[in-house]
Write a protein of this length. Structure first.
Length: 218
């Protein structure tokens, strides 16, 4: 058996903690639509699109802002690909690090198959991040063409709400990619044992909550 019961249980607990955290955020959003910073960002992006498309002469500002978003997402996608290559390279020399990993592993599997399964999940996490950041670049590029068009009130114009939906989709892909990056921390700690995996997941969620909650005004 490549992975012991303790490792499977740790993976299940980690996933359950993440799902419970996001269900909690969704529950809070029902009570307060602007509870999370992501919800506030969605509203802000929609208002920004309306402002850029309603006033002429803002095209350069809009393109420069979108260019910054594209560059950031491109940098993160490149970083994800570098981490994928680094992980694949690391698998070739995992025998040198096996002793360090298993020194603190008191209950999880320590054979090569177990380590391979954990590395595959880590690679899947990085591939998810790469996909999300690449899709963010795609949607930001689409918005770059749309936002310079006149609003729907003019002949041949575009509905600002539709452009805002494209922009928010790109922003949400960027947020998903960032979360995939964050989740690599518990996956790396899993190499040292299932207990570290669960503790790292819980610690990550505790650290993230203050940053996910939207700051309140004075």
């Amino acid at each position: 058996m490549p992975v012991e019961v303790s490792d499977v249980a740790a993976l299940a607990i980690s996933i359950a903690l993440v799902l419970a955290y996001y269900l909690y955020l969704r529950w809070r959003l029902r009570r307060d639509p602007q509870y999370t910073v992501h919800a506030v960002n969605n509203v802000a992006r929609a208002r920004w699109v309306e402002a850029m498309m309603s006033a002429r002469g803002q095209e350069i500002l809009a393109i420069q802002t979108l260019r910054n978003s594209v560059m950031t997402a491109s940098f993160m996608a490149s970083t994800a690909m570098l981490l994928i290559v680094a992980t694949l390279t690391f698998t070739a020399s995992q025998d040198h690090a096996a002793g360090v990993w298993h020194a603190l592993n008191m209950s999880g599997a320590t054979d090569d198959q177990a380590v391979a399964v954990k590395l595959v999940l880590l690679l899947a996490d990085f591939f998810t991040a790469f996909f999300c950041f690449s899709m963010a670049v795609r949607y930001f590029n689409h918005v770059g063409y749309m936002i310079t068009m006149p609003a729907a009130a003019t002949p041949g114009g575009l509905d600002p709400r539709r452009v805002a939906a494209y922009l928010n989709r790109g922003g949400n892909f960027y947020a998903f990619g960032t979360r995939a990056f964050f989740y690599c921390v518990p996956l790396v700690f899993w190499m040292f044992g299932p207990l570290f995996f669960v503790v790292a997941t819980a610690t990550l969620l505790v650290v993230l909550h203050p940053f996910d909650r939207a700051p309140r005004g004075p």
